[in-house]
Ligand binder design. Structure first.
Ligand SMILES: Nc1ncnc2c1ncn2[C@@H]1O[C@H](COP(=O)(O)OP(=O)(O)OP(=O)(O)O)[C@@H](O)[C@H]1O
Length: 509
């Protein structure tokens, strides 16, 4: 049974129903109103931003709101110059019979690649400059449009929908559907959606329909996450290369993760005669992934993706019928024994995302390799691990090894030590502290000196790093003065410029 898609059922019909992005929607409306006074300077707008945040919906609702007809085409379906100028050009120049304006919506406008499409891009430029009708271009990547195209249009940015808006939209749908959504389910799905309302609604529908079938909402979260299994099944069992490649893009998995899934499940699906060829393709994909990691050239990802999906599928000559229990990669299963691998990955990505001011999804997709390299470097490794406060599991994941290895614990300990130093120097700076003679002497070994101090500060032990004086009550007072810049009977000299400590800070790499 194929139910109506909720994304269509709940697509906003009017501008005020477009959630979030209020500023973008009013800019869009203002531009449309300017058409009522004649042809405006910018005949076309570009609605750009991440997928599933309401760009297309806003364009469609605009036509509805203004009482305009609309014609929608996908730039990547009909990529040629001829198609764009014929369909969009004619439509954009001609009034409709009713005399209504016609809004030309050109989706995936950033999807014209290569020389074959240069004509398409020129046609698009002509279209936005000469159209007698309003034109809306829709793009994910604003800078995927040529400069003249950007300059010839009005750019309107759509942003990810906030989690609270996604939450209330999902709750509203649950209510409208009379579905028993547990708060945990909605919360989990809103989290996974990461500002993409379309994927949130799709997950909710998949989860609730799955739950209805088994009559249990508790399994719904699991169902929502199951799409990777479907994806792997379609890649390995399907018979459309295009679909296999497409699926890889739609999955919320980076090629680095997907390759493990294919690797794990390939032998379950392929007959012995096809296995070698399948693995040969997969190893080619892995070579590309290696290059991506080494050169940080993410352009190569698309080839890796192609090899591990379409390439692997093309290596299959025989089909295997019957039920196949697909399974997650065993590497992750091993990781899962210590702590859910997904969770570790998510939390590492979250930390990286927060630090780089990007989404954790993007961090997962594009930055893990870079941070792995930084961690591997003996100089930057401890600083990065400290700065991002990575756990043992996160370090192990990024280094591609087990949390129990020496490499991991050494890096983790070095990071902890740096953090401790940082904490101590911050306390000293905050208190305008003084340095004791021993510390000045131990300059060449700042780490040990600071460590000793840190113990003293952290545990309230007596001063000057002296091992013998470990009885708090004996010298509590003088120590406090010596440590924190009060008058000292030990002849403490004023601390060296505090900058010194800051310069050695782990934030300086
Ligand atoms: N801001 C929003 N308000 C209400 N519904 C939304 C919003 N964003 C997305 N949706 C839901 O998600 C579906 C898909 O949204 P839409 O096609 O407008 O996204 P988009 O930003 O154009 O994505 P893409 O860039 O992939 O084309 C809509 O039909 C609607 O159900």
């Amino acid at each position: 049974m194929t139910a109506i898609k909720w994304t269509e059922k709940y697509r906003p019909r009017r501008l005020k129903e477009v959630l979030g992005n209020g500023k973008a929607v009013s800019e869009l409306e203002a531009w449309a109103r300017s058409w009522e006074r004649g042809i405006p300077e910018k005949r076309a707008v570009v609605l750009y931003g991440p997928a599933g945040v309401g760009k297309t919906s806003a364009a469609l609702a605009l036509a509805e709101e203004m009482g305009w007809d609309q014609i929608e085409m996908n730039a990547s379906d009909s990529r040629t110059a001829a198609a764009i100028s014929k369909v969009a050009g004619a439509a954009a120049r001609m009034m409709t019979f009713s005399g209504k304006k016609r809004l030309v919506i050109l989706d995936e406008a950033d999807n014209l690649y290569g020389s074959a499409d240069r004509g398409g891009s020129a046609a698009m430029l002509r279209l936005v400059k000469e159209a007698d009708q309003p034109v809306v271009l829709i793009a994910n990547d604003y800078y995927g449009l040529s400069k003249p195209l950007r300059e010839g249009t009005l750019g309107i940015q759509f942003r990810r929908i906030t989690k609270s808006t996604v939450l209330s939209a999902l709750r509203e749908i649950c209510r409208a559907e009379g579905a028993a959504c547990t708060p945990e389910l909605v919360e989990e799905i809103a989290d996974m959606a990461n500002g993409d309302l379309r994927s949130g609604i799709n997950d909710l529908q998949a989860a609730l329909e799955g739950a209805r079938e088994v009559g249990e909402v508790a399994t719904a979260v699991r169902d929502a996450k199951a799409s990777i299994f479907d994806g792997v099944a379609k890649i390995l069992r399907g018979s459309s290369l295009g679909e296999a490649v497409q699926i890889a893009w739609s999955l919320d998995e980076s090629p680095e993760d997907l390759v493990h899934w294919i690797d794990e499940n390939l032998p379950l699906v392929y007959k012995p005669a096809d296995l070698a060829a399948g693995y040969e393709r997969l190893s080619r994909a892995d070579v590309f992934l290696g290059r991506v990691r080494r050169r940080q050239n993410y352009g190569l990802w698309r080839y890796a993706s192609f090899m591990m999906t379409g390439g692997v599928q093309a290596a299959r000559t025989e089909k295997k019928g019957g039920y196949i229990p697909f399974r997650p990669p065993s590497y992750w299963r091993r990781m899962g024994q210590t702590k859910g691998a997904r969770q570790v990955r998510e939390s590492a990505a979250k930390k990286i995302g927060r630090h780089c001011h990007i989404s954790s999804r993007m961090a997962k997709g594009e930055m893990m390799g870079l941070f792995a390299l930084l961690l591997k470097d003996p100089d930057t490794g401890p600083k990065v691990a400290a700065l991002l406060d990575f756990t043992v599991e996160e370090i192990a994941l990024l280094l591609g090894t087990k949390p129990t290895t020496k490499k991991v614990s050494k890096l983790y300990d070095a990071a902890r030590e740096l953090l401790e130093e940082e904490r101590v120097s911050e306390i000293e700076i905050a208190w305008g502290g003084t340095k004791k003679p021993e510390q000045t002497e131990k300059r060449e070994r700042p780490r040990r000196a600071d460590k000793t101090k840190s113990d003293a500060v952290g545990e309230g032990e007596s001063g000057a790093g002296s091992e013998e004086s470990d009885r708090e009550d004996e010298k509590a007072e003088p120590v406090e003065e010596a440590e924190f810049g009060g008058p000292s009977d030990q002849g403490a000299e004023p601390m060296e410029p505090e900058k010194d400590d800051r310069q050695r800070s782990l934030f300086d790499f």
